[in-house]
Design a protein around this ligand. Structure first.
Ligand code: 7TS
Length: 396
């Protein structure tokens, strides 16, 4: 059996999404900016896809949603354009973010620091989210932007978005959120939140890879990141990825339709898996279930390197992760575990399990068995796990 529990890294393309995309690879493949029919025949599908995106995020007609190649591009665009528009050519010099952002934010901030920008990386509490008091304290009259993720990719923990938005409004500061792990898992309503910029990525909600987006509130101007032709109204140049856009639109529509399913069914299976894991001695899961996206578990299994666990699970056909795939080539400790203050040996024991609406009950049952088997084997050879006198396999 093969079980995919790495949906925070990427998801299966929903077959209904794929079906909508296919004609735009092999039939209506013209450049939509060309004047002939091959080009223009994709226009209705593009319009429909954009409508699906606006509806899915509840953007108003006056707002902009600009399609990009991925959330990494969207995040780079916001941060670097804020630098050009408000820091290099303006009065401000400061950006606030958190310690547990995705590398697409952290690395970009590190780059901007080299250009002279002051960046505050807000610490997180033991649940892995920021305390809003630290945000209030960090704000200065030079702060140009607050960029805080909606849901953390490793823990699934949801940040207090409404409070953060209010604090930004009260202080007249622009607010961006990397909402990659929130879209498709919980309701994301840009108007209700009152946010200026929001990044998302199709492949995290059963759409295709290589296509993402940036929501830009109507009142905001943002210099383009890609200069070139006048695609997307000059906001993001480059020949439109027609199948990708059509797929992302359909994926958004289906994701919103399935939000109740996420909240109830995906969550039930996640909780079942988590309950089984918590029966194992010496494990802990980061953050509370209520404050997490319904699909994610970040568990520390004492005495077992996350990487060792991954390989054992992989042999049983189970795909999991030690954290962000974007950083998983090196055997470093999990940065979120470090940020929440876990001891060094525990920070190496992180295992991320992330479900989707395609995960079945049988798969979860199988994963529980495989996990127990891996824990027994790996703890029996662990040099760091001291078996307590009453420790025996039956406890698993
Ligand atoms: N932001 C967050 C919060 C993410 O989780 C990811 C991908 C990205 C940005 C980048 O998105 P992309 O569209 O550029 O691919 N996160 C992960 C992960 O957690 N494991 O692998 C990729």
């Amino acid at each position: 059996m093969r079980v995919y529990l790495d949906n925070n890294a990427t998801t299966i393309v929903d077959p209904n999404v794929f079906a909508e995309m296919e004609p735009y690879f092999v039939q209506s493949y013209g450049n939509p900016n060309s004047l002939h029919q091959f080009g223009s025949e994709s226009h209705p599908a593009l319009r429909k896809a954009m409508d699906q995106l606006y509806k899915g995020l509840n953007a108003s007609d006056n707002d902009d949603i600009v399609v990009t190649s991925c959330a990494t591009e969207s995040n780079n665009w916001v941060l670097k354009s804020i630098y050009y528009d408000h820091i290099l050519n303006g009065e401000k010099d400061h950006i606030i973010t958190s310690e547990v952002e995705h590398p697409a934010i952290i690395s970009t901030c590190k780059f901007l620091e080299k250009l002279g920008v002051n960046v505050t990386y807000l610490p997180v509490n033991e649940k892995g989210i920021i305390e809003t008091s630290t945000l209030k304290d960090a704000i200065t009259d030079k702060t140009a932007l607050v960029s805080i993720m909606w849901a953390n990719n490793e823990t699934g923990m949801l940040f207090p978005m409404k409070e953060i938005s209010q604090i930004c409004r009260e202080n007249g500061i622009l607010f961006h959120s990397d909402a990659v792990q929130a879209v498709g898992k919980i309701p994301v309503d840009v108007q209700e939140l009152d946010i200026d910029f929001l990044s998302f990525s199709a492949h995290k909600f059963h759409g295709p890879k290589g296509v993402g987006g940036l929501y830009i509130k109507n009142s905001q101007a943002l210099s383009p990141f890609f200069h070139g032709g006048e695609h997307m109204g000059g906001r993001r140049s480059g020949t439109l990825n027609v199948p990708g856009i059509v797929g992302m639109g359909k994926a958004m529509e289906l994701a919103v339709e399935n939000l109740d399913f996420e909240k109830n069914n995906v969550r039930r299976l996640r909780d079942k898996l988590e309950d089984a894991i918590l029966k194992i001695d010496d494990v802990f899961v980061v953050g509370t279930r209520e404050e997490r996206t319904p699909n994610t578990i970040l568990v520390s299994v004492k005495g077992i390197e996350g990487e060792a666990m991954l390989w054992d699970l992989n042999k049983s056909g189970i795909a999991a992760s030690t954290g962000s795939a974007c950083a998983s080539e090196d055997l470093e400790s999990n940065p979120v575990m470090e940020a929440i203050g876990a001891e060094a040996d525990l920070a190496h024991t992180a295992l991320r399990l992330s479900l989707s609406r395609f995960t079945t009950e049988e798969e979860v049952d199988y994963a529980v068995l495989a996990l127990r088997k891996a824990v027994i084997r790996l703890r029996s050879i662990s040099s760091t796990f001291a078996h307590t006198p009453d420790w025996h396999e039956s406890k698993l």
